[in-house]
Design a protein around this ligand. Structure first.
Ligand code: TYD
Length: 199
């Protein structure tokens, strides 16, 4: 168990929680690599610009494939080597974001979106998914900046939240659901408990 995903709707607090969890694990002496998606490599960051900044309307399939492309690069360039040396990888979003946002939110279907990602990633797949749950409306109002996807609004985010719940139910061994509407210290300590238990 070395590859941990932080997932959730926009504004769930993934970035803050993942950063605090990483700091705690580093204090405990673990070799920790933290990454974010989309991004984390030069190619991935360039693809991120297209994905989040594009003004033109983008086909949902194009969007899914670009996320998968950025992720494939990150897996090969950063995650696989980190796992190979025994490091612990914490990721702010992973393939499960694509399943929830493009598969559910955009209506492409989870199974269809899984395909190109499996092809791109091979065995580099999260061992543990921490799903930070907040009410989608509260999440959107917590966002301080909005990008092309989060500005789509509440209906998309509700679909995303529901898809995440379905994914968690389908893979109970991989997912842990955490109520992220509570105090940040509590959320972080619960994440650390979950990771420790999985180790
Ligand atoms: P980001 O700034 O990372 O948002 P957040 O802080 O909420 O994680 O932007 C990522 C946006 O892209 C976010 O709206 C979720 C979306 N996204 C997808 O739709 N599919 C994906 O596969 C990934 C990784 C992100």
């Amino acid at each position: 168990m070395q590859y941990v995903a932080f997932e959730g709707v926009d504004g769930a607090g993934k970035t803050t929680v993942a950063t605090l969890v990483a700091a705690a694990l580093i204090r405990d002496g673990l070799d920790v690599v933290m990454v974010r998606e989309p991004g984390g490599t030069a190619i991935g960051e360039a693809v991120r610009e297209i994905l989040l900044g594009a003004r033109e309307s983008m086909m949902a399939r194009t969007e899914a494939l670009l996320f998968a492309a950025a992720r494939t690069q990150l897996a090969a360039e950063v995650i696989e080597p980190a796992l190979a040396r025994g490091a612990f990888v914490l990721s702010d979003r992973t393939v499960y974001s694509s399943l929830a946002y493009q598969g559910g939110g955009r209506g492409l279907g989870v199974a269809s979106v899984r395909e190109p990602n499996m092809w791109g990633l091979g065995s580099v797949w999260p061992d543990l998914v921490i799903l930070l749950e907040v009410d989608p409306e509260a999440g959107l109002s917590r966002e301080d900046s909005s990008d092309r996807i989060s500005s789509e609004g509440l209906a998309l985010m509700q679909e995303v939240a529901e898809t995440y719940r379905g994914l968690a139910d389908a893979e109970p061994g991989r997912f842990r659901r955490i109520d992220a509407a509570r105090d940040i210290e509590l959320v972080v300590s619960e994440c650390l408990d979950v990771i420790e238990a999985a180790l």
